[in-house]
Design a binder for this molecule. Structure first.
Ligand code: FES
Length: 382
């Protein structure tokens, strides 16, 4: 060692037990070959105005971190985040501010917390100047003496940082870090918090799909996706051969020519429905679900395409076995028994869309599904 600080004889266990923290601190330094060159108290006279001012400034930064963190939480929960088209000037203005507001409030909170911590370290932690020559203990574990002296070092650092008696800084730092931590937890969870029963008739409700009539008496047709939303191809019963399956989407006359609404109806995740025409022999073996005896139209049965396991599209229909297959986890549903699951992880039948034929000869939905489609969610009542 070349530190100039010679270790000297090691104290016995009894001597060690009787040593004060200060003595242990110096002993630890000596044993490690550490020479403390300068170890000044940052505030040798306690309670000076300068010390109090420094404490208040640091407390203010932590408080700012808490206020900005709180603003972040409030914006995350209550700010109007749903998309508004630019034509809706007012709504679009507030919507367009959502991301910047989240970024600014979170940024200010993290920055203020960081500045508070930096200032505390600069103003209150002693600026010790020490020189140490490190040695390798060649894989031996720490001896009792090392553990004790290190603990003494840590305790001394804590005490000399004066944090124990700075309740303003402790409280404001706790508040700032706490609110920011809450925001960090809320951020990934916020998207999952939804109450589908709060506004059961709203567009966002999980209880309804695009098949729901928007006013009493509205006709909702079954249409194909031709690749062009505005090219509307409705479905007649004679269009499908026995044993065939076709994917259909809702169409309402009020949306004809409205590209955005038509495209939305084709893209909305809970709209796709499998229209199946059973072979006559198979249709005779159908078992209908209680309360859904009149949901089919002759040999035509319509089931949601959204798997009741975790929501993949159940896009395969096997004509020979009348099984509907979900490629995600291989669930199988029996089209002859109200699409009841017969294999795989799904536990609920696929929801059935009630259909009939309108006076103009096209297939229409009689009304929306009578239960939420797709996988379970915690508020689901059926
Ligand atoms: S999503 Fe269909 S089986 Fe898992």
């Amino acid at each position: 060692m070349s530190s100039g600080s010679e270790p000297g004889p090691r104290p016995t266990d009894e001597e060690l037990a009787g040593m004060s923290r200060d003595e242990l601190l110096r002993l630890g330094g000596k044993l490690d070959g550490v020479e403390i060159v300068n170890y000044p108290e940052p505030w040798p006279v306690k309670g000076t105005r300068a010390e109090k001012r420094a404490e208040r400034i640091i407390g203010l930064w932590f408080l700012l971190a808490a206020v900005a963190g709180l603003a972040f939480l409030v914006a995350l929960i209550w700010w109007p985040w749903q998309y508004e088209p630019p034509e809706n000037t007012d709504g679009y203005f507030w919507y367009s501010l959502y991301t910047p507001v989240l970024g600014i409030t979170l940024g200010v909170s993290v920055l203020a917390l960081g500045i508070g911590v930096l200032l505390y370290g600069k103003r209150f932690i002693p600026n010790e100047l020490a020189v140490q020559q490190r040695t390798d203990n060649q894989g031996r574990g720490s001896a009792e003496i090392d553990r004790k002296t290190i603990l003494a070092h840590l305790a001394d650092s804590g005490e000399r940082s004066t944090i124990a008696r700075r309740s303003l800084i402790k409280r404001s730092a706790g508040l700032g870090a706490g609110v920011l931590g809450l925001g960090a937890v809320a951020l990934p969870l916020a998207g999952f918090v939804k109450n589908p029963w709060a506004h059961p008739d709203s567009k966002e409700s999980l209880a309804h799909t695009g098949w729901k009539a928007q006013f009493p008496g509205e006709i909702v047709y079954l249409r194909r996706n031709t690749g062009n939303p505005e090219e509307v191809s409705l479905v007649r019963p004679e269009d499908l051969d026995a044993g065939a399956m076709e994917t259909v989407f809702p169409f309402r006359e009020s949306e004809r020519g409205d590209h955005e609404a038509l495209a939305h109806a084709l893209k909305r995740a809970d709209n796709p429905v499998m229209l199946i025409r059973l072979r006559p022999d198979d249709a005779e073996r159908v078992v209908k679900r209680k309360g859904q005896e009149d949901f089919n139209y002759g040999d035509y049965y319509a089931y949601t395409k959204i798997c009741s396991h975790v929501g993949c599209p159940t896009s395969l229909y096997e004509q020979q076995t009348n099984r509907i297959l979900c490629p995600c986890h291989q669930s199988q549903f029996d089209a002859l028994t109200y699409a009841k699951p017969v294999f795989g992880p799904a536990t609920r039948a696929l929801a059935q869309l009630p259909i009939t034929v309108h006076t103009d000869g096209y297939l229409i939905a009689r009304h929306d599904f009578i239960e939420p489609i797709g996988p379970g969610f915690w508020e689901r009542k059926s």
